[in-house]
Design a protein. Structure first.
Length: 216
């Protein structure tokens, strides 16, 4: 539907990381910030025992429900934020392609804009992940290098999770980042001559003994 984030390179990179991880079969899966439900559908097709998809946008919820239903997949789609996700957990696998584009404070698009540093969704998600994951669960989160990869890693590790980058891809600036290039340069998130964005997938694992692992 109009106004719903369509699957793009970051979505496909995260789906590939999920397939590579091989942990979806028979798992309880959460797709947080589901958008069209692309990742929820992918997890269900990979044999997940149950899939819960969560988004705050009514149009995204409707779109995800329709995409799952037309494929005959039992995906539960809820409208809400982290509170809704936490109430329905814990999960063996948490997937998220949240809004992460740094935003200069003008008119914002909730599909991708995420505050001045791109972290207004990422930070609460990182903090809540220990409560979302089952005893041996893992999460896969995709976001831009402009949003602070090291910040995400440090925040996850501070919560007692093992965290590492498991996939990277350089993508030419699309219309959104082209419109933000000057802002990214002004706040020193991008080099003056930058024309590509690095997108990364970060994996976070919760160990059975809940001990924070050594940094990788």
């Amino acid at each position: 539907m109009p106004g719903v984030y369509r699957p793009q390179e970051d979505s496909f990179l995260l789906a590939h990381a999920l397939r590579e991880a091989g942990g979806a079969r028979d798992a309880r899966v959460l797709d947080f910030c589901t958008g069209t439900g692309f990742l929820a559908v992918t997890a269900a097709q990979l044999g997940a025992a149950s899939v819960t998809a969560v988004d705050i946008a009514p149009r995204a919820v409707l779109t995800a429900r329709l995409n799952a239903r037309t494929r005959g997949l039992p995906v539960r789609v809820l409208r809400g934020g982290l509170d809704a996700a936490t109430r329905t957990g814990p999960f063996d696998v948490v997937l998220s392609n949240p809004p992460y584009v740094p935003h200069d404070g003008g008119p914002a698009d909730p599909r991708w804009d995420a505050g001045p540093d791109g972290r207004c969704v990422l930070d609460p998600l990182c903090d809540e992940l220990p409560n979302l994951l089952s005893s041996n669960g893992f999460a896969l989160i995709v976001h831009s290098g402009f949003s602070g990869v090291d910040v995400t890693l440090d925040r996850l590790r501070s919560g007692g999770l093992k965290a590492a980058v498991v996939a990277r891809q350089n993508i030419p600036f699309g219309p959104v980042l082209q419109s933000r290039a000057r802002y990214l340069q002004h706040v020193q998130l991008a080099d003056p001559d930058a024309t590509n964005e690095e997108v990364v997938v970060i994996r976070a694992d919760r160990t059975r003994n809940d001990c924070a692992p050594d940094e990788e």
